[in-house]
Design a protein around this ligand. Structure first.
Ligand SMILES: [Zn+2]
Length: 118
């Protein structure tokens, strides 16, 4: 797996080259260099790793406008209002059934999520 960096020497998005460093036949560490300009980083802490941007689940442009068509009692059992509904950047799932669900699914085992008081 290649590791993406934003090199501070050449300013480009590049890849980190990781090569073992030997003293005689003994491995003494690793050489960390920028694949595009060859700048060497002294240690892992100095490497400007590229931040992984979390994929957006959705943005305003594709939020359904039809959400209002749900009747009140239907809307109340939507998975997104359920305490078993688990959201992470990649998928939404039901913690109770261990399956992938949509926020707009509803479920007979619906249990209303109680929002913590702040
Ligand atoms: Zn570079």
């Amino acid at each position: 797996m290649s590791i993406e960096i934003e090199c501070m020497a050449c300013g480009r998005e590049s890849l980190l080259k990781r090569e073992p460093r030997y003293e005689g036949f003994k491995k003494v560490g690793e050489t960390l260099t920028c694949a595009s300009c060859g700048h060497e980083y002294a240690s892992e802490e100095e490497v400007p790793f590229k931040q992984k941007a979390a994929p957006k689940v959705f943005d305003a442009s594709d939020a359904p406008r039809t959400i209002k068509v749900f009747r009140e009692n239907e809307a109340e059992t939507l998975c997104r209002h359920c305490k078993h509904f688990v959201v992470n950047p990649f998928l939404q799932r039901c913690g109770k059934h261990g399956r992938i669900v949509e926020a707009t699914d509803s479920c007979r085992d619906f249990e209303k999520k109680v929002l913590p008081k702040i």
